[in-house]
Structure formats: structure tokens, C-alpha cells
Write a protein that binds this ligand. Structure first.
Ligand code: ZN
Ligand code: ZN
Length: 181
């Protein structure tokens, strides 16, 4: 078990990865995941598990990452708390950066599948940005969530609210007209 300071800071030194490749299992603390997801309105209270494998083909590194965990979010329709399971599989090749490429190599990645390395592979940054990108734009507790009553705010998944039983006052007037005739 490796315990890096933060998931974002995982860097693999290219010269340390031989023909046999590399494989690691990491447990990432909820606080560390919460930092990664600080711009997203969710909370995390369980550790995430991250597994990665690196295989070398001459100058190219093929990396596979599996990330599993659970985040707490709020349903956009009924506002009920809900869990969103993260089960993410990533694969990327890392090729040597051209000599004129400097700075943040991960930011200059061509596609999600091809990145660059110099002395090291900034795997942590790749994992963090792909994790954020994998999250839904809108959380729904279920595809069929009925949402909230616009009048009383009741959660309609728990059954119809009292508003639904109220008779329209215009119909009540009609009813009384009938009885007087
Ligand atoms: Zn809902
Ligand atoms: Zn209602």
C-alpha cells in the first residue's frame, strides 16, 4: 500500500519503470477526494480506491487506472440526499514530450487517450481531471424522480401531497349551483 501525500501529486518516474511494468493499489482519503472535487457541490466521507498499472513498450507507457468510491450529492429535482457511485476505468498512452514542449505536460495532452511525459508521468493530475469530468452535470436520485410539489414543496416520490386532493375552487362553485336548482 502506497500512501502518497495527495492523489494529485502521484508522479511516476519514467526511468524507474522497467519491462516488468508497475502496479499499485492506493487508498485515497475522503479529505483528499474532497479537495479534488472542491468545485463540485458534493461531499465525500468514504475513502476511494485507486488501482493503476503501467506497461512499457519501448518509449511509450500504457497506463490503466480504476477508481472506485462513493460521493454524496443532492437530487436536482426532489432535493433529497443521494449517493453517486464512482466506478471509472481510464486508459492512456504516454509518449515522450517533443523537446520544444515545456511547462505543464498534462495540460497539453492531445486527447484523453494520449499524454506526454518528460522525466516523469504526472498520473495524479490525469486521474483528478478525468474524475471531475466523469461526474454528471445534474444528479437525479432516479430517472423517474417525480420532484417536488411547486406549491407545498413536498417530495412527490413519497406520495401525492395534500395539494393534489384540494378541489379547484371554481369546481366547488359549480357544485353548489347544481344543488340549488
Ligand atoms: Zn429525486
Ligand atoms: Zn403540494
Amino acid at each position: 500500500m502506497d500512501r502518497p501525500v495527495s492523489i494529485h501529486d502521484i508522479r511516476l518516474l519514467a526511468e524507474n519503470i522497467g519491462e516488468a511494468g508497475l502496479e499499485r493499489d492506493i487508498t485515497v482519503s475522503p479529505a483528499d477526494i474532497q479537495v479534488v472535487l472542491s468545485d463540485v457541490d458534493v461531499s465525500v466521507d468514504e475513502p476511494f480506491s485507486v488501482h493503476y498499472e503501467v506497461v512499457r513498450h519501448q518509449e511509450t507507457f500504457h497506463v490503466q487506472v480504476d477508481i472506485q468510491g462513493c460521493i454524496h450529492a443532492t437530487c436536482a429535482r426532489c432535493l433529497a440526499p443521494m449517493d453517486h457511485r464512482v466506478d471509472l476505468h481510464l486508459e492512456s498512452d504516454y509518449v515522450p514530450a517533443p523537446s520544444d514542449m515545456t511547462g505543464d505536460l498534462e495540460a497539453q495532452r492531445v486527447t484523453a487517450e494520449t499524454g506526454f511525459y518528460d522525466r516523469d508521468i504526472h498520473l495524479g493530475k490525469y486521474i483528478c481531471s478525468e474524475l471531475v469530468l466523469s461526474l454528471p452535470y445534474i444528479y437525479l436520485c432516479s430517472e423517474t424522480c417525480k420532484g417536488m410539489c411547486p406549491r407545498c414543496g413536498a417530495n412527490l416520490n413519497e406520495g401525492p401531497c395534500l395539494c393534489a386532493k384540494e378541489v379547484d375552487p371554481r369546481l366547488e362553485v359549480l357544485g353548489s349551483l347544481k344543488t340549488t336548482r
